[in-house]
Design a binder for this molecule. Structure first.
Ligand SMILES: NC(=O)c1ccc[n+]([C@@H]2O[C@H](COP(=O)([O-])OP(=O)(O)OC[C@H]3O[C@@H](n4cnc5c(N)ncnc54)[C@H](OP(=O)(O)O)[C@@H]3O)[C@@H](O)[C@H]2O)c1
Length: 305
């Protein structure tokens, strides 16, 4: 690798893990308010598999003539700061690049990103752990914003996909707003769910005041909610049809540096989970995607580019 290029995992003709290639791309200097980061860790999320499969290309939501970048979450160190970017070279930071119609991603040795969108990683948190937090921690925090404060006598919240990344954060964060939380997950996930202070079920009956649908059960979740209750989903612009006065919304996660800093601090203290299944080099991205596609993985694959 020359000093003027860096390696990045991309898809040119998206067709699942087999289509993932490692290419050299030119180094870009940070503009005003931006930083250039040496990525130490990039998390594999379910959405990255959908990008690599061509799902969003087919849907007309990605239009990249040459290549599409992979990966949203990252943690690393600042290599260079553009004018007005208030972060020192060498600072340890984490963040997420949101959206997927782009020719760069975080499965790469470097990234240029807005300084306002990242947070400094606490000294006692490893970058590999920090990289698992941004997109899913912020998604959970913003789902809780959509739920709002629990009404005093209608505070029973069901979190679906409670053993997943978003679901795990929700178990903890929803309590901050007064919700009595029950996690819906597989039988083998009981210890994890209860360990975060939530009740546990493998099979939810109807009557919940609200559902936070991190498993993307979508229309299957609506019958679980009482008349006039609330549904918050994870598919923006894809809320299921409503009935019986149920309100439906969906999170569309946005970057938020200060909020991310809070989530990282709560991860460093052990209050929020940091679950890493395996750490792999950039060359093993395709294999890691294949493993995630099989389902049932708990904790994240993290790429060390
Ligand atoms: N809109 C946004 O801005 C945004 C942001 C972040 C994430 N998301 C979306 O949020 C969703 C959750 O993300 P994630 O990273 O948390 O995914 P994840 O870690 O894969 O978690 C999903 C969990 O749901 C479980 N699950 C699926 N169907 C289930 C069922 N019928 N009963 C019980 N458990 C079930 C899965 O278990 P198994 O593995 O055993 O199937 C898994 O534990 C994804 O769809 C993701 O794309 C959206």
């Amino acid at each position: 690798m020359g000093t003027s290029t860096f390696r990045s995992a991309v898809v040119r003709t998206p067709n699942g893990p087999d289509s993932i290639e490692i290419v050299d791309v030119p180094v870009v200097e940070p503009g005003p308010g931006e930083i250039r980061v040496r990525i130490a860790a990039a998390t594999i999320n379910p959405v990255d598999l959908a990008v690599a499969s061509g799902f969003f290309h087919t849907a007309g939501l990605i239009d990249q003539p040459e290549r599409t970048g992979l990966g949203m979450d990252f943690a690393g160190t600042v290599l260079a700061a553009g004018p007005g970017a208030d972060l020192a070279v060498g600072a340890r930071v984490a963040g997420a690049v949101i959206g997927f119609d782009r020719d760069f991603g975080t499965y790469a040795e470097q990234l240029v990103v807005a300084a306002a969108d990242v947070a400094v990683v606490p000294d006692d948190l490893e970058l590999v752990d920090a990289a698992t937090v941004p997109i899913n921690g912020l998604a959970a925090a913003q789902i809780v914003d959509l739920l709002g404060d629990a009404p005093a006598s209608a505070d029973r919240l069901l979190v679906t996909g409670a053993a997943g990344a978003v679901g795990g954060y929700l178990l903890s964060l929803a309590r901050d707003r007064g919700w009595q939380v029950t996690g819906l997950a597989r039988a083998e996930d009981e210890e994890f769910v209860r360990g975060l202070g939530a009740d546990f079920t493998t099979h939810a009956e109807s009557g919940w005041d609200a559902v936070a649908d991190a498993a993307a059960l979508q229309e299957q979740a609506i019958p679980l909610i009482r008349d006039g209750g609330a549904f918050v989903g994870v598919r923006p612009n894809g809320e299921p049809p409503t009935e019986r006065g149920i309100t439906t919304t969906a999170v569309d996660t946005t970057p938020n540096g200060p909020r991310l800093a809070e989530l990282l601090a709560r991860t460093a203290s052990g209050e929020l989970p940091a679950r890493v299944h395996a750490v792999v080099p950039l060359e093993q991205t395709a294999d890691a995607h294949r493993a995630v596609a099989k389902g049932g993985v708990r904790g994240r694959y993290v790429i060390e580019p």
